[in-house]
Design a protein around this ligand. Sequence first.
Ligand SMILES: Cc1ncc(COP(=O)(O)O)c(C=O)c1O
Ligand SMILES: [Zn+2]
Length: 426
Amino acid sequence: MSTPVIDTPIEAPRALREGAFGNATNLVCRECGATTALGPFYACQECFGPLEIGYDFPSITRAEIEAGPKNIWRYQPLLPVPADIAASPNMEPGFTRLIRAHNLGRELGIKNLWVKDDSGNPTHSFKDRVVAMALSAAREFGSKVFACPSTGNLANAVAAAGARAGMKTVVLIPADLERPKVLTTAVYGGTLIAVKGNYDDVNRLASEIAGEEDGWAFVNVNVRPYYAEGSKTLGYEVAEQLGWRLPQQVVIPVASGSQLTKVDKGFRELVQLGLVDDAPYKIFGAQASGCSPVSAAFKDGRDVVRPVKPDTIAKSLAIGNPADGPYVLDVARRTGGAVEDVTDEEVREGIQLLARTEGVFAETAGGVTIATLKKLVESGRLDPEAETVVFNTGDGLKTLDAIADRVGPAATIDPSYAAFTATGLA
Ligand SMILES: Cc1ncc(COP(=O)(O)O)c(C=O)c1O
Ligand SMILES: [Zn+2]
């Protein structure tokens, strides 16, 4: 009798550890509301709509949050991460400064203006927040590879967080990315692959790999529902730092649109939990004119976001086919905000304006947001009397080329007092 051939059994999905996702209960379709069990899924089985995290929140007080660590883990009960998350190696992002912007406010005629400066995160952009969520999910799912397609900042954050957690990383970037962003990713030692194409091509390739390969956690593709929740912490922090109050107006940059929609989700959760008063707020989105599919749809009154081919210096925002575009339109319209776009020249001016008024050096995405703030207030759509928070989500040192031919020494002189007085400064 011959021995029967036994196929290698397909590896059973790893059982999730009790409390692996904190108070998260399931995945909910953003289109049809169908629910599914927590797992490494991102599309609804009924309608292919995007999934997001559903929770059963405990009651929680301001004092309990304030007693937590000075990073995003103070909001652990509101995030899809285990209660012991702070004990696992991670980048400890968040709790970045909210600065009062008197000088910028005076220049723009805005009475009560704040800058949420997220360039203060460990890899100098807000992406450390979302990557921390994705890292936790990847660990809980037993993923072998921590990966992403990126417009630059996500590449930095994934490579660094993976290095710290001892995970193998693979980062895919468009081949024409700014050199500082390439180097500040490669230095962490994972695998960096430059793809000959734009971000949308890179993203398509990542989705294909995620579909073919087992055990790959693409942070913004197949673990996107978990990843995206990290941006809620920007909303939580702004409210807490204002003294547990929602700002009346917020201006946020838009690439895929995830951050903007999750700040709104964060605000609504704070109201639902009784942590802030239920007061109206308006959310404004900012794009570069060279990649403004969401702004174009907003202005045309369309619900459909038509993909574009990006051509802008704001490469971190250069997503021509933004996954959350329609939801950004919903948020802007529901809250009475808007989505606006600005030229590359305005982006450069925006970077310089923030730097010279507040001493904050933003990357091109911040330039987009500051320039949009200016345009919105000048055109009367932003109320100059209302409390306003503008986001700087990345660091200017990563996009030096944007201002390289606009700033520099006032004079180059010999090292003598005579030469110094000749400049007319003394
Ligand atoms: C600095 C910076 N700000 C904002 C964004 C926009 O993020 P989202 O894709 O969530 O709209 C990005 C995206 O890469 C970014 O790098
Ligand atoms: Zn659905």
